[in-house]
Design a protein around this ligand. Structure first.
Ligand SMILES: [Zn+2]
Ligand SMILES: [Zn+2]
Length: 246
């Protein structure tokens, strides 16, 4: 697009404010080179290919799959993340969600699109519950998806997935209740959108994976060929007290 070319040229001339240190730099990324080195990049080589969780060192895992996924394979094929959910990325997510700081969505989406590989032909963000969408006014997962879709040139649908019942705040629940809380939480708006396709589902933070697993199950039930997850940030251990709000 002409306008994005124009923006790129303008950025080259005037510089960009780094999202980490807030100093001006002249690269294409939302962060400067020095901050990029210090960011908690998620490492595919150290994570379970299915759920993205950090693999315990020293054993049990075969072929990059964690013991839980080996014992009980999830309905989704793979998980890719941009970052581990650690400082400063946890702060970025917080500012994005609760202070509507949309440049962080661009930064997280850029990080995801430049570190992950496309594994499908459609991107769908995890939707907010309708009530929360009304009070927050925007969906952070959709904002991240918008950037990934633009960089990859892959179509996305803001409302391809819908919440079909209100769910309690995930952060207040333990693991077992989180899983129960989101069971059958999603419906696919139009089966024709996903039937036979490889669908990539996008969210800001993956903690237990219960929300994403529920979305994946709805997509598979609607005929999706395969589901691949893309998350801006992955907590290292699912039992840890992460953010996990949905
Ligand atoms: Zn910086
Ligand atoms: Zn796993």
């Amino acid at each position: 697009m002409i306008s994005s070319d124009f923006t790129r040229i303008l950025t080259k001339l005037t510089g960009t404010v780094c999202i980490g240190c807030e100093r001006t730099h002249y690269g294409d990324a939302p962060w400067c080179d020095r901050c990029a080195e210090a960011l908690p990049w998620w490492d595919a080589g150290q994570a379970c290919v299915r759920c993205g969780e950090a693999l315990a060192s020293g054993g049990g895992e075969t072929a990059g799959v964690c013991t839980r996924c080996a014992a009980s394979p999830p309905s989704f094929q793979s998980t890719q993340a941009a970052f581990w959910y650690r400082a400063p990325v946890d702060r970025w997510v917080h500012r994005l969600k609760f202070h509507r700081a949309l440049p962080y969505a661009t930064a997280l989406g850029t990080a995801l699109a430049t570190t992950a590989e496309p594994r499908g032909d459609l991107l769908l963000p995890i939707p907010l519950a309708p009530e929360r969408q009304r009070t927050r006014g925007f969906n952070q997962a959709a904002e991240i998806t918008r950037t990934v879709a633009r960089i990859w040139g892959i179509p996305w649908q803001a409302d391809g997935l819908r919440r079909c019942k209100e769910t309690a705040m995930q952060a207040t629940l333990d693991r077992a209740h989180r899983v129960e809380n989101v069971a059958q939480a999603f419906v696919v708006r139009d089966r024709r959108l996903v039937t036979g396709r490889n669908v990539m589902v996008v969210d800001d933070v993956m903690t237990t994976g219960a929300t994403l697993a529920a979305a994946s199950e709805a997509l598979r039930a609607a005929g999706a060929n395969a589901v691949h997850l893309l998350v801006a940030a992955r907590t290292a251990a699912p039992a840890s007290a992460g953010d996990g709000t949905i």
